[in-house]
Design a protein around this ligand. Sequence first.
Ligand SMILES: [Cu+2]
Length: 141
Amino acid sequence: MKSLILATATVLSLTGMAAAADHEVKMLNKGEAGAMVFEPELITIAPGDTVTFKATDAGHNAETIPGMLPDGAEPFVGKMGKDVTVTFTEEGVYGIKCKPHLGMGMVAAVIVGAPVNLETAKTVKTPGKAGKKFEALLGGL
Ligand SMILES: [Cu+2]
């Protein structure tokens, strides 16, 4: 019996090493960074991890920004006012926006592993406060 428990524990710890983590990003009317924000706005995860964009407040969504994701990555569009869980498999920088509040700077950056497409992502133009926010978020990488 003891050897079975040990064997099971070994298998669990081996699979545990590869287990993907789940992360949460809230969509808020008011957060620490101001009005209409993702929180956190910058998140670094490992390939294969998931992020749930939580519809903590109504009237927001989360979707990828064209050109601001690595080659081969699947774009996604979350429904308005609904949680959306995304598995990020391709390494790189992903720019995320809330469609109605893009101009108000409601954007986030998800960094999966190494930011391999950082320079390309920085060239993508976004309107209003979003551009300034991405400069701040991506400038420090
Ligand atoms: Cu929003």
